[in-house]
Design a binder for this molecule. Structure first.
Ligand SMILES: C[S@@+](CC[C@H](N)C(=O)[O-])C[C@H]1O[C@@H](n2cnc3c(N)ncnc32)[C@H](O)[C@@H]1O
Length: 263
């Protein structure tokens, strides 16, 4: 009921949606500020041949690594837009980048990251994906994972990614959207000026991850989430039976990864 109301309100107008998502992610950051070992907020990625992921983080890391393995990251200046709890930025350090900047519009989320990660190579900045607070051509790589569905104006976001990438820089992008509109996303990216290098439908990998990670999520929720909030958190984390799980499972929504190069 609460989560249905949330969805209805989010659909009302882009500005209203932005504010509501911001409040929601600020709430999550404050409520779970002491859970510094909870680093990711995406649905994850799994493959049938995986031997059994050992914990919740592994599923989310798989999704990031699916993108990270698409291009060279060593010695690159990298920005993650919508960095959430910062796990993706920390994981990037495995690839020896030059610098890593995480940006999120939840100021409380950014505070969480600044407290949780002390590595001097990581910087966390509050800001809006639709108006990035960086100079033109600042980054070699920009990453965006499961965040753009919250944006009121995705065209503005793509323009900002294009503006702040260096020539021949890469945009590594993953998210979900309604399947009937999915074919429009690469067109929108090409219209912005990008060359779309690859595009994959990874819905089955994400659904498999949702299935396999469910026992870990249920444990986490039972331990940490007060009863009145459990339904909304069950939906948020995509447990089997949740709206997003059903939509992905029934092909109403598509989870994709797209790699673009700035021409
Ligand atoms: C589902 S979480 C994913 C976080 C992270 N990428 C991960 O995979 O763990 C979506 C994130 O996008 C952020 N976000 C939503 N709208 C944003 C906007 N307009 N600008 C910047 N960040 C935004 C939220 O605050 C949230 O942290």
């Amino acid at each position: 009921m609460l989560s249905k109301l949330f969805r209805k309100l989010v659909d009302r107008s882009p500005n209203f949606s932005l504010k509501l998502w911001q409040l929601f992610y600020d709430f999550i950051a404050v409520k779970f500020r002491n859970q510094t070992n909870w680093k990711y907020m995406n649905y994850g990625f799994s493959q049938p041949e995986n031997q059994g992921e050992k914990d919740l983080d592994t599923f989310s890391e798989n999704l990031y690594r699916h993108l990270f393995n698409k291009t060279a990251l060593e010695n690159r200046a990298i920005l993650e837009v919508g960095c959430g709890r910062g796990g993706g930025c920390e994981l990037l350090l495995d690839y020896h980048p030059k610098t890593v900047t995480g940006l999120d519009f939840s100021e409380k989320g950014i505070k969480f990251c600044q407290n949780a990660y002390k590595n001097p190579s990581l910087e966390f900045v509050a800001g809006n994906a639709e108006a990035l607070p960086f100079a033109d051509q600042s980054f070699d790589i920009i990453i965006n994972v499961e965040s753009s569905h919250c944006y009121g104006n995705r065209a503005a976001f793509f323009k900002e990614v294009y503006r702040t990438l260096k020539p021949n820089g890469f945009f590594l992008y993953a998210d979900f959207m309604g399947s009937i509109h999915y074919h429009k996303r690469p067109v929108q990216l090409s219209d912005t000026g990008f060359k779309v290098v690859s595009q994959e439908d990874i819905t089955s990998n994400v659904v498999l991850s949702m299935d396999r990670s469910a026992p870990f999520k249920r444990q986490f929720i039972e331990k940490l989430v007060p009863k009145p909030f459990r339904k909304i958190i069950n939906d948020f984390v995509g447990l089997p039976g949740s709206d997003i799980y059903n939509k992905l499972k029934n092909n109403q929504s598509t989870y994709f990864s797209i790699i673009c190069e700035k021409n």
